[in-house]
Ligand binder design. Sequence first.
Ligand code: UD1
Ligand code: UDP
Length: 368
Amino acid sequence: MKIAIVFGTRPEAIKMAPIVKEVEKRGMQPLVIVTAQHREMLDQKLDVFKIKPDYDLDIMKHNQDLFHVTSAVLNDIKPVLQKENPDILLVQGDTTTTFAASLAAFYLKIPVGHVEAGLRTWNKTNPFPEEMNRQITTRLTDYHFAPTPWAKQNLLKEDVKEENIFVTGNTVIDALLMIVDPNYKFQESPLNRIDYAGKKVILLTSHRRENFGEPMGQVFSACRYIVENNPDVEMIYPVHPNPNVRQKANEILAGVQRIHLIEPLDYRPFVQLMNKSYLILTDSGGVQEEAPSLGKPVLVLRTTTERPEAIDAGTGKLVGTDYQTIVREAQKLISDTKAYNDMSTKTNPYGDGKAAERIVNILLDKVK
Ligand code: UD1
Ligand code: UDP
């Protein structure tokens, strides 16, 4: 069986890596196609997981827009799929690579398997454009790999046939368990100089398109206030390279004492940083899924989430992008030990580390 696996961005690479490895473990060679919608951040992950792509479409442009990404993926993947004619194309998540590659496979009548299927906010513009990317991908998909029972219910509500939905867990937990190492020592400065035991380290990540401009400004101003008013807090922010994010981060956070703006981290140090942090502030999908496994409370800097499981389990809280709310909720977790302890229980609503194994079993059983 020829299994093609396509991905383009940092989170897709992390979440597809366990499937690439699992297919290899079964003695098969997956056909790995990267669109390189991300360049440096993708290459970092290919290195960590030792994946050598068979095809690299190399589409990233500086400050690219959605038209460029959609059309470049669609046009550039066409000859690859025509030449290789795989039995199935696996796509992951909700990026524009995911949507455009699924569309290309559909045009060429190649079956699509969607990893992390069924996440929904039902809000067309939030997250933008990811909610529509995943809704459209669902329509183009033949095999739906839902990470949780909730995701499966969403697909059933949209009349996806039950026999085509498989609850597998999220492969991000497989990746996390492959990489997490409590003894890992940071090589990079300033991470190797921070007093993690004596300080409360807050990890920040923020990159969502719908937060660009004013909402992201409020988030960063709230972060600045929190650090300036808590001498025992250090904040670390690996800044996403999107120029819209960088500009705002530099405007509001650069040069503030105890705020460290750093480059995006390799997966190994990033996981260790999550592990050593006191609290995580993020608008990232993947980080929301990883943090509960590490017992780290998360304040989600978004007004909607397609990942309600951690919120329901009480380890995450949706705080939006409003300045006052972020300051209030973060301050509570810094000052109130009981509130902190209530949120820092270890749970694992997103998987058990065996998602890739289940997905490959299903492919071997069902495809062809
Ligand atoms: C993309 C995805 C988003 C995902 C996020 C993960 C879409 C529309 N967006 O958003 O769903 O959550 O990735 O991080 O699919 N850049 C670099 N180097 C890199 C990566 C990005 O310089 O390695 C810069 C480039 O200027 C690029 C810009 O960031 O043009 C935006 O990249 P793009 O993939 O379009 O959007 P993201 O905000 O990264
Ligand atoms: N991540 C990383 N280095 C960083 C920041 C994040 O390796 O500096 C990882 C993180 O652990 C998670 C993934 O990247 O697995 C999340 O990617 P991102 O937030 O860019 O995208 P999203 O999940 O929101 O689509």
